[in-house]
Every structure is written in C-alpha cells, then in structure tokens.
Design a protein around this ligand. Structure first.
Ligand code: KIV
Length: 275
C-alpha cells in the first residue's frame, strides 16, 4: 500500500477533531459493513465504517454477538478494506478476545490491524476498559469505546432493553464514558440510552459520541446497515428503515422462481447464440 493511499482515508484524530463545539459541527456519518460490495457503497457517503460484531447476527444467523470469533472479524475486516477507500475503518474486537488482560487485548487488536489493514478497533467498555484503552492507544492502536447497551453483555443484562433509565445505571454509563475518553478513546459509541443521558454524555466528554438509539444529541450517528435498509422484519425502535430491501428481494426471488418454472427465463436475450 502506498503512503498516498494510506493518507487518503479519514483518520482517527480527524474523527476526534470533529467533536461538536457548542453543539455546532457537521454530524459524523457512520454505518456498519461486513463485505466488499456493501463497503464500497457505504464508503461513498460515510466518515466511518464499523465492521461490527453484529455480523454474527445479521450475516451468520447467530442469536447474539457472543459466538463471534476474532478470525470471523478479521475475514470481514479484510473484505471491507479491499473496496473502501475514504472512510476510517474500525473493526470490533469480539467477546472473549480482550477482556481478561491488556496483553490479550493487544494481541487481538494488533492481529486485527496487521491482518486487515484497518486503522482502529472498538471495544465494549465496562469498568475494566480504561486500562485497556490507554494500553492499546499508547502502543499505536486507536480505540473506539462502546457504552450504554453493550450487546456482548446480553447474558448479564438479560436482553437488549434501553439502558440508564434509572439513576444508578445512568451514572455508571456516564462514568464509563468519561473514563474511556480520559483513557484515550478517540470516539465513543453510545447505544440504547434516553435523550437526557445522551446529552449528558456528549457534554461531559471531549471526544465525539456516536449514537445508536441515543437521540440526536450525539456528535454522530451509526446504524446496522441491513437494519436501515429494511432487510429484517423486526428491528429495534430506534431504527428508521430507509428502504425495503427485504420486500424487494422477496419480490425478485419470487419472480425469478416463477419465470424459471414457466421457462420465460432465460429468454433469447440471456442466451449465447450459436455461430
Ligand atoms: O456491532 C455493531 O454493529 C455495533 C453497532 C451496533 C454500533 O457495535
């Protein structure tokens, strides 16, 4: 990779530099991508692409993100890096690949950066996270933190309900965000919290908040791309479906099946001529 192609991408410090001052700055546009085709489409319009461990649920049909492995994340990260050119690419560290020690986290994160060529990783940030964030950042790995609803903790939380409605949990989320930012996170995903808490977190930290189900009071927004494209019947309350790809895909597959059965397809137009 040439130095020029490396410098064309948006960098982690550039994302940090877009923290809104007095609520004023252009919101940071982020989406997830897991494959080469979608990465190329998303790259055109986004500042940041997240190769999220949501890949486990939306691509691999797992019931949660807990079963996602580091090898899976690396494979999807490589695909996204091949066709994206401009956006900052962040790859999730999956459950079990970073929590037990800073050394484990460094091994996993350095593998991700070296084998995919992405520029940053994301970790879900509980009380253990600040030490990991500063350890990785000092060693050259930009870290995006993730607070609020943390899907990798679904078995502790008992589901995917919004977090921080009671004061104790709200304070814990705020403290986690402040600690992650102070430890060197370049941005923080805030998931599944109410407007008041999103506003408080955004005001309290000096790096951008990227909201998902966290109101408009964040410095940027992210959604799981197949959700916003309408690929699934059910989506969380905070997802706006900007298209109906499930409906369109079903229609196309049904039409194809009908035309194959009736021999309407392939017609002459789609058939090689004999010489
Ligand atoms: O895995 C993912 O896609 C995420 C987003 C929901 C932020 O973490």
């Amino acid at each position: 990779m040439s130095t020029q192609s490396m410098t064309q991408r948006i960098t982690a410090p550039e994302i940090t530099g877009r923290k809104a001052k007095n609520g004023e700055s252009e919101p940071i546009v982020c989406l997830t991508a897991y494959d080469a085709q979608m990465a190329a489409l998303v790259d055109e319009h986004c500042d940041l692409i997240l190769v999220g461990d949501s890949v486990g649920m939306v691509v691999h049909g797992l019931s949660s993100t807990v079963g996602v492995t580091l090898d899976m994340m690396i494979m999807h990260g490589q695909a996204v890096m091949r066709t994206s050119k401009k956006a900052l690419v962040v790859v999730d560290l999956p459950f079990g690949s970073y929590e037990d020690s800073v050394e484990t986290a460094f091994k996993s994160a350095s593998r991700v950066l070296m084998e995919t060529g992405c520029q940053a990783i994301k970790i879900e940030s509980g009380s253990y996270a600040p030490e990991t964030i500063s350890y990785l950042t000092e060693r050259g790995i930009p870290v995006m933190a993730h607070v609020g609803l943390r899907p990798q903790s679904v078995n502790v939380l008992g589901g995917y309900r919004a977090r921080g409605r009671d004061q104790k949990v709200a304070t814990e989320i705020l403290n986690n965000a402040v600690a992650a930012a102070d430890a060197g996170a370049f941005a923080i995903v805030v998931e599944g919290v109410n407007t008041k808490l999103a506003e408080e977190v955004t005001k309290a930290i000096h790096v951008p908040t990227i909201g998902i189900g966290a109101s408009k009071h964040c410095d940027g927004q992210i959604l799981v791309t197949p959700d916003m494209l309408g690929m699934f019947e059910w989506t969380p309350k905070f997802v706006k479906k900007f298209a109906d790809l499930k409906g369109e895909t079903e229609k196309a597959i049904k039409a194809y099946a009908e035309q194959v059965k009736s021999r309407e397809f392939p017609s002459k137009e789609y058939t090689y001529k004999t010489k």
